[in-house]
Write a protein that binds this ligand. Structure first.
Ligand code: SF4
Length: 182
């Protein structure tokens, strides 16, 4: 599956990309986290959520008691949109078969980070921080960590609160540490 996407040229994000940034983590865990798109740091490191937004997400997960060893993390598109712009609807559509395969096969709880991810996962049928039951999973759309980076420290408690709700839905991971790339 990954080999197909490593060579993917289905949308304009193929032009000038240094590397795709596949999803990464525990394919057998409770939680699937979906973001918008890789940033420049993620493209350079070929790993999702290793930049400042990812660092904030991990810090808040620790504060919330959310065990990310039981999570897999990916983005609505696998290639970096130049200048960190949002992916276009055409680019999202081109990458949607890959995303929906992941949505169908990974996790019982899906945390959608940001509007682009929530729309890609749920269409328009969602509201911020409201749990959606669909396809035998629980979906929770919430603001992207990068949104909190632009705000005061005291507002970051909002992200911790959401992650605490996710922690209630996802028991601590008791299996071996798993780090898979898809
Ligand atoms: S964003 Fe998705 S569809 Fe577009 S080139 Fe990258 S892997 Fe292919």
């Amino acid at each position: 599956m990954l080999g197909k996407w490593l060579r993917c040229s289905q949308c304009t994000l193929f032009n000038g990309r240094r590397d795709i940034v596949p999803g990464r983590g525990n394919l057998y865990g409770w939680l699937l986290i979906v973001g918008q798109a890789p940033g420049v740091e993620e493209e350079l490191g070929s790993r999702p959520f290793i930049g400042s937004a990812g660092k904030l997400l991990r810090r808040c997960a620790v504060e919330a008691g959310l065990d990310l060893r039981g999570s897999f993390i990916t983005n609505a598109v696998l290639c970096y949109p130049p200048a960190n712009r949002p992916p276009s609807s055409r680019e999202l559509m081109c990458c949607s078969a890959r995303l929906h395969h992941t949505l169908e096969t990974v996790g019982q709880v899906v945390l959608c980070l940001g509007r682009v991810a929530a729309d890609a996962c749920l269409g328009r049928a969602w509201r911020w921080n409201q749990i959606v039951q669909k396809d035998k999973k629980l979906w929770l759309p919430t603001k992207h960590p990068s949104w909190y980076l632009k705000r005061e420290e005291k507002e970051i408690g909002g992200l911790v609160k959401v992650l605490k709700a996710v922690a209630h839905m996802c028991p601590p991971w008791e299996g071996a540490n798993v780090d898979m790339v898809v």
